[in-house]
Design a protein around this ligand. Structure first.
Ligand code: NKO
Length: 258
């Protein structure tokens, strides 16, 4: 692919994102950037601690090789009037969490066309800021499309915007965001998807540990630091309880609106 067709919606979003992150003085710390393929299909498997992970990852990738990531995102976002139009304009893929087959086949088509797909295999933001159990779809789609998985840990992006927390300019200003990009993870199509997924999770955890170890701000006692590293974030067990409660409330609200 020597030509890169113009995409006005995506280009506008990138311009807006660069202005925002540039204005906030976000500092990128990147290791393993050479692992991002310059061409061809690949699944980027990204950790998910904050709502800026999408844009931050695209910002980092764009700065390296000018590629546009097609993200898999919740159907709920696509159902919103303006946001939905924007997401479709950027050719992101809508995922119905209750019926994933449609999104899966769209993802395969995109990968076979040589697109770079961005997925968050934890299927949501985990308030403990630790890597929780992954869905198996990531490795299954890579195996089926015959493309590599590129594991990426993003650390610090949750300080900009995350679940259950009001964003603060002071917290965001000049915040370092680390990206640890791992080498291509080739999925053996004869291997069990569960096993490969466990291996992928271990890889993401070790990339995350390396990003945290080198992070230039001491997180001890801070809300954004995981409990096992001396931070004030809820433990994985507490986060799971909070998430179950949130799901229960959502289901109750949906039942009421019917
Ligand atoms: C400079 C770079 C700027 C580039 C802009 C391109 C970025 C594309 C933005 C895609 C945004 C997709 C938003 C989807 C929203 C969404 O799906 O997020 C929620 C979940 O994940 C986790 O949610 P949760 O249920 O709260 O755990």
């Amino acid at each position: 692919m020597s030509t890169r067709p113009s995409e006005p919606v995506y280009s506008t979003a990138i311009a807006a994102g660069r202005t925002l992150f540039g204005g906030l003085g976000i500092k990128q710390i990147v290791t393993g950037a050479e692992n991002i393929p310059a061409t061809g299909g690949a699944v980027l498997a990204i950790t998910h601690f904050g709502y800026m992970d999408f844009a931050l990852t695209e910002w980092m990738v764009w700065g390296r090789n000018r590629r546009r990531i097609r993200f898999m995102a919740k159907k709920g976002a696509f159902d919103k009037p303006v946001v939905g139009w924007l997401l479709r304009g950027m050719r992101h893929i809508s995922v119905d969490m209750k019926a994933g087959a449609e999104a899966f086949s769209q993802a395969i088509v995109a990968l076979r066309k040589g697109e770079m797909l961005g997925v968050f295999p934890e299927a949501g933001v985990n308030r403990s800021f630790t890597v929780r159990e992954l869905k198996t779809g990531t490795v299954r789609m890579a195996a089926e499309a015959g493309v590599p998985v590129i594991p990426i840990a993003v650390w610090g992006g949750h300080r900009l915007l995350t679940k259950g927390r009001k964003p603060s300019l002071r917290e965001a200003f000049r915040t370092p965001v680390s990206f640890a990009v791992g080498s291509a993870f080739l999925v053996d199509s004869t291997a069990d998807a569960k096993e490969s997924t466990i291996a992928l999770r271990k890889t993401l955890e070790s990339l995350l540990e390396s990003a945290q170890a080198a992070y230039p701000v001491d997180g001890r006692g801070k809300w954004w630091q995981p409990a096992h590293l001396g931070g004030a974030a809820p433990t994985p067990e507490e986060a799971a309880v909070m998430e179950a409660e949130r799901q229960r409330q959502k289901a109750a609200a949906e039942a009421e609106s019917r």
